[in-house]
Design a protein around this ligand. Sequence first.
Ligand code: BF8
Length: 652
Amino acid sequence: MGGNDSRGEAFDFGEPDDPDRTIAVQRDSDHEMPIDRLEDQHPQCPYGRAGSCCDICYMGPCRVSDDDQYGKRRGVCGATPGTVVARNLYREIAGGMATHSHHAWEAAKLLDEIADGAVTDYEVKDEDKLRAVAADLGLDAEGDVSAVAKAVATAAMADFSPGGDTLNWVDRMPAVQRERLAEHDLLPLGSVDYQASRSLTQTHQGNDADPVHILKSALSAGVADGYAGLTMATDLQDVVFGTPTPTPAEAHLGVLEPDQVNVALHGHEPILSEMIVRAANELEDEAVEAGASGINPVGICCTGNELAERHGVPLAAHSLQAELAVTTGALDAMVVDIQCIWPGIADLVECHHTRLVTTVDYVRMPGATHVPFDEETAMEDAKSIVRTAIEGYEDRQQRQGYEVTIPDRTQGAMVGFSDSAILGVLESIDPENPASPIVDAIQAGQLRGIVGVVGCPNPKMRQADMAETLIEDLLAADVLPVVTGCIGHIMAQGGYLDPGRVDDLAGDGVAEVLHVLGEAAGLDGPLPPVLHMGSCVDNSRIGNVVRAISEGSGIPPSDLPVAASAPELIAEKAVAIGTWALSQGLPVHTAPTLNIEGSDLVTQVLTEDLEDITGGYLIQEEDPEAAAEKLIAALDERREPLLEQSPSGGGD
Ligand code: BF8
C-alpha cells in the first residue's frame, strides 16, 4: 500500500446504501428467482439436513440418525449414524478440495507455460511475490525470473501427481501448526489428486466405517484444500496478474450502463476474465462502430472480486444476484468459467438478448454458446468472446419494445486489502515486527479480535440479513471483520467498505485502530470498517496474515483471538474452507448449520473434542446476534491470556 495522499478524496463514497436494498434486489416480479425456487422446495428434506441420508449404495437410501425422529440406528449394511454423517461430510469437503485444487492446477499450468515461453499473452507481473513464494517453499529464489517461475510451477504441479506423496504447498502453513497436525497424523498423505481419489475410495460402501478416522481424513482434505487449493491459487494468480493494493470500486447492479456493451464476467479464474478486460479495451472502436459508447466489463461473484481487487472493475452482483443481472435487460453477454454458475441463468437468457458464453470444457449449459478458451490463444479467444457481446448489444438495439431497467443503485467501496497490503501497513508502523501493532492493540484493549467472515450469499440466510447483522455486531464490539467471496459483494453493496462509515459502525477501540492504520497507509483517513481481502481462494490471504502475526509474536494461531465465520454458506467449497480453518486452530462458525446433526458423535467431535487436537472447533448458529455473541466469547477466551501478559495488565 503506497502513500497516495489524494486517495482520501478519491474515496468519497457519499451516502451509505439503503439497508433494505440487498434483500429487495433479489426479487423480480416477472421472473422466477432463486428465492422463489427455494420457497417451492419447502418443506426441504430433514434427513438431508441432518446428514442422515445414505445413498451411496443401492440397498438404500437409508435414513440413519441418533435422533429416532430422523431415522433408524443402522443402515441395511449396518452403518451407524456416525459412519454415515462423517462419510457424507468427508465427501462434501473432498468436493470442495477437488474444485479449489483444480483451480490452482490451472494457475500452475499457466505459470509453467509462461516459464517455457509456450504462452505469450501472459507474463510474470509480480516478481517479488514469485521470489517470496519460491523462498518459502525452499526453492532457489535468486536468478533469472523464468528459472524461478519454472521451479515454482514444477513444485506446484508435483502437488497434483497421481498417487504422488508430495504436497509442497503445506510448507506455506505456520510451522507450529504443521507440527501440531503432524503429531496427530492430520497432514495430507500425499498429492491433492491422491487425496481426491482416496476420499472417494475411503467413503465407498463397505470401506471405512470408523467415524473418527473418517473425520481425521476429512480434516486432512481440508488442509490440502487450504494449501494446494486456496494458497496455491492466490500465490500463482498474484505472480501472474499482480498482487492487489487498495483500490476504489463501485458496487451493485447500477454499475451497468444503458448505452454501453455490458459484459458480465462470472466465475472464478482470472485467467479468462483478465484477458476479456484487456480485449474489451482493445475493441472499444468496434463497440463504437456498433453504436455503443463503449464496453463495460463488470464482475459477478469471485471473478468480480478478482477483477475489482486488481483493476477496480465494478462489482455488479454476488452469485445469488447473477440472474437478476440478466433481468435488467442491459446485459449483452454473461461470460462464465467455473464454479457457482447457477443453471437458472440458462433458463433466463432465453427471454433476453443476453449471450451466455461458457468457456471451460467441464462447465457447459444448455442454451449457452461454448467458446473454448485456451491460454495459448488467449487474446484471440477473448476478442471473439467480446465480439459476441457486441453482437448482443446490436441485437438489444434492434429489439422492438425491449425494456432495459437498471436499478438506480451503486455504492462506492474500497477493495484490494491483500495480505501484502495489510502487512505493508503494519510494517510501516513497526518495520521490525509487523505483528506488534496488532498484538499491542489487542493488549491495549482496543481490538478484541479479528474474524474472517467469508463465503456465500445463501437465500435461506439472506432474508434475515445474516451477514450484515453479524458484522455490525462484531464491529460494535471492537472486532475487526475481514471478508472475502460473495460476502465481499454484500459488504460493498451495503456501504461497509466505505472508510467514511468507520465512526458510525465501529466501536471506539477498533475505530481508533482503523484510523491509525489508515494514516500509516497514507490514506488521509481510516481504513474501511470491513476489509475486503478478495475472492474465496483469497481466504489464503487471511491465513497468511494470521501466520505473520503468529510468527512475529511467537503466539500460535490457536492462541490468537482470531476466528472464522461462513454466515451464509452454500457450497461444498465453503465447507472445505471451514475445515481448513478448523485445522489452523480457529473457532469456525457456520450458518446454515452443517449437515451433521444426525450424529451425536460427529457433532461432539467437531464442536468440542477437536479443540484439544487442532485448537479449532465448530460453532453452529443460525441466529446472527447469537452467532456474534458466540464468536465474541470465543475471541475473549483467547484474548484473556494476552491481556494478562500486557504491560498494563489489560485494557478493559
Ligand atoms: O467461491 S462465495 S457463492 S462465488 S462459493 Fe460461490 Fe460462495 Fe460466492 Fe466464490 Ni465462494
